[in-house]
Ligand binder design. Structure first.
Ligand code: ARG
Length: 692
């Protein structure tokens, strides 16, 4: 019933599904705060806890008791939804008459007020979300836990089995799960890490079914999908396939290649870079697949056809008459700058040296303020002195913070070697793909040295100069600089100067255009959705994903990826062994795993045919952020953990394809077998509620 899924007064299934570390989903599986999520969701925490002496990323880890659970280097956050309020009427009534350009500022203040009212006198927090691009609004009351400890993880050659090769694809054989426990104060309320904290008692934890499923069985998911853009216009689809997606793919390939060259040579380097590598690689392949599948699934053509029908309906309606024309105008104006934000993030901001140089940016703003103040002739001496001393104390504060941030940043010789290639590669990409009339002066100067088209020689020399001269190329030099910061030194630094030139160029010349485009396209989208709702009064509409809690239901379902090919809905451990390549980076397996396979020691986790299930397909609608979500049967029992989407529906963020879209999940029986038989941690399984 609805009440079993979501209830404000009683515990319901929504209480078992939590937002894991602001980007994934997890679920409670015991009354003692035990949480299951994906391996790739715990990856960063696991990698940070790993050293060459105690390599839990490669070897796996199972806490033998509560005291051995591991405290992450950076605290993790688990958020539970207390309740959801529909605030549409309150928000819209306060927005009437507000101009488009003032809308987001006004919204922020409306949200703030409503969130304050919703949480007054409680320890909860709240966040509001715009739905249907501003046709509806919801407020989420939340409870955030910050003492989260690692309970267990399989070795990565199981948790990430298949690596980048199998990522986003079926058939799949990955044991993509890890386990954490939420701790809190004695009052069952959130508390920061403290050795004396106790396991959290959730309102609801999921029972686990070992009964399995067959094609056509009901399956549902409650999780926190990140972002979709299902009401995107055809022009936006063209921008993705022709401009933005291929650029991200080409830029990310540079980082991945340079990192991998170093990672395969040295274990410590591999541990340092593994997590960044995995996340950059994940969306490198994503955007490749998105562009390919948007084309194969003819999404542009489908959107254009829908718009045409809308256009006919709109032609006699004053409110909507010019909408399609306006959309075209907005996208046409934006197109020449459409690569600017991507290049700022994925090109200029990508090399480690640029990220380090960006640490100087907060100082830059303060020094600029100080300079302006010094030149001020009308302010009184006292006032001036007061303000300058405030700025100086902020400079000290920022410097201290920057030194702290450095503790995280390892710029070892190997990483610097990789970064050199990345930096040089990025300069070349910028030179080739951004029109010269959009370059900042510093870059024009570098490029002016290019003779006879030999850009590589110029960029190689420049790279050599920056990485030998910049204070940001050495941790010791940066630390020394921040201990005694000087503006002249900062401005003279070649890495900082380059970063600043690009950032200033972006902020003054392009960011206003990007912001304008965003605000106009959202406003047009809002009108389009409103029009569609009027045009199809009997159709169900659902809002785009926006990291708020959502429900999706469907069935266990196989598919045909192309003519003449059928993909089964389930994989087994036999397929894990078929893919096994000893010593391989992505398809190696632990010796103990192979022994257990040979002995066919699957216990109560085997299916009735004696095989051990590994992964399965259902036609639920998920996206990034749903990773780690509970997949439940019709009784609300856990049957698997969602961890991926399938290649043929990589267009899914923009268009839901009824034929191809699938959710890929790891079977809960494989998870329990890995903990119990492979990991020898039966005491953890004993804590769960199991239905045989
Ligand atoms: N594609 C998965 C997702 O975004 C993440 C898989 C992580 N694994 C990897 N090989 N990078 O949900």
């Amino acid at each position: 019933t609805k009440e079993q899924l979501y209830s404000i007064n009683n515990s319901s299934l929504k209480d078992a599904s939590i937002w894991f570390n602001n980007g994934c989903t997890g679920e409670f599986v015991s009354s003692e705060g035990l949480v299951l999520t994906n391996h790739h969701c715990g990856y960063d925490a696991i990698a940070e806890l790993s050293t060459t002496q105690d390599n839990i990323l490669d070897n796996g880890f199972w806490a033998k008791d509560r005291a051995s659970e591991r405290v992450p280097v950076k605290p993790l956050v688990v958020t539970r939804v207390v309740r959801v309020d529909d605030i549409t009427d309150q928000v819209l009534s306060k927005l009437t008459g507000v101009a488009e350009k003032d809308r987001s500022a006004k919204l922020a203040s409306i949200f703030k007020e409503l969130e304050k009212k919703a949480t007054e006198g409680s320890s909860y927090s709240a966040t509001s979300r715009e739905m249907f691009k501003g046709n509806a609004y919801y407020l989420f009351v939340l409870e955030k836990f910050t003492d989260i400890r690692l309970v267990g993880t399989p070795p990565q050659n199981i948790g990430k089995y298949g690596g980048e090769t199998d990522n986003w694809m079926w058939p799949r054989h990955t044991g993509d799960f890890s386990m954490f426990r939420v701790y809190c104060g004695a009052d069952n309320k959130p508390a920061d890490y403290n050795a004396s904290n106790v396991p959290y008692k959730p309102l609801k934890h999921l029972s686990i079914s070992l009964k399995g499923y067959k094609e056509g069985d009901f399956a549902m998911i409650i999780g926190f999908p990140g972002r979709t853009n299902r009401y995107e216009f055809s022009q936006g689809v063209a921008l993705a396939t022709d401009v933005v997606d291929p650029s991200i793919v080409n830029l990310r390939a540079i980082r991945l290649k340079a990192w991998k060259e170093q990672m395969v040579q040295d274990e410590a380097t591999r541990l340092l870079l593994s997590s960044d590598y995995a996340s950059v690689a994940n969306y490198w392949k994503f955007f490749d697949g998105e562009a390919e599948q948007l084309k194969r699934n003819k999404v542009f053509e489908k959107k254009a056809a829908e718009e045409k029908v809308f256009g006919q309906w709109a032609s006699s309606r004053e409110e909507y008459k010019s909408l399609l024309y306006d959309i075209d105008q907005v996208y046409t104006l934006y197109k020449p700058y459409a690569l600017q934000s991507t290049y700022m993030r994925e090109c200029i901001g990508a090399p480690g040296i640029m990220q380090l140089a960006s640490l100087g940016f907060a100082l830059d703003a303060l020094y600029f303020e100080k300079d302006t103040l010094m030149k001020n002739k009308t302010m009184s001496k006292e006032e001036k002195a007061k303000r300058i001393s405030l700025i100086d104390s902020n400079i000290l504060k920022i410097s201290k913070k920057s030194i702290e941030a450095l503790a995280d940043f390892s710029y070892t010789d190997r990483i610097r070697t990789a970064d050199k290639k990345i930096f040089q590669g990025m300069l070349s990409m910028y030179y080739k793909n951004i029109p010269a009339n959009q370059w900042p002066a510093v870059f024009k100067k570098i490029a002016s040295k290019i003779k006879n088209g030999n850009s590589e020689a110029v960029f190689a020399k420049y790279t050599e100069m920056v990485l030998s001269k910049s204070i940001f190329a050495s941790k010791e030099k940066i630390e020394a600089f921040f201990k005694k910061p000087s503006y002249a030194k900062l401005l003279a630094d070649p890495a900082f100067a380059l970063y600043k030139a690009h950032r200033d160029n972006y902020m003054t010349n392009f960011k206003p255009k990007v912001d304008e485009f965003m605000s106009q396209s959202v406003a047009l989208g809002r009108k389009y959705i409103k029009g569609l709702m009027e045009m199809y009064p009997n159709r169900y509409f659902y809002p785009d994903a926006n990291s708020s809690q959502r429900f999706t239901y469907g069935t266990i379902r196989s598919y045909n990826p192309k003519d003449g090919v059928h993909f089964n809905y389930i994989t087994t451990i036999d397929g894990v062994m078929e893919k096994y390549i000893p010593g391989d980076y992505e398809f190696d397996l632990p010796a103990r795993f192979i022994e257990l396979y040979k002995a066919k020691d699957y216990g109560r986790y085997a299916m009735s045919n004696g095989k051990l299930p590994v992964a399965f397909l259902s036609d639920n609608d998920i996206t990034g952020g749903n990773s780690g979500s509970p997949v439940m049967d019709g009784d609300g029992n856990l049957i698997g953990i969602a961890f991926d989407g399938n290649w043929e529906a990589m267009s899914g963020n923009i268009h839901f394809d009824e034929t191809f879209k699938r959710t890929i999940s790891v079977d809960i029986r494989y998870v329990l077998w890995l903990i119990d038989k492979f990991g020898g941690a039966g005491h953890i399984v004993a804590e769960m509620t199991i239905i045989e």
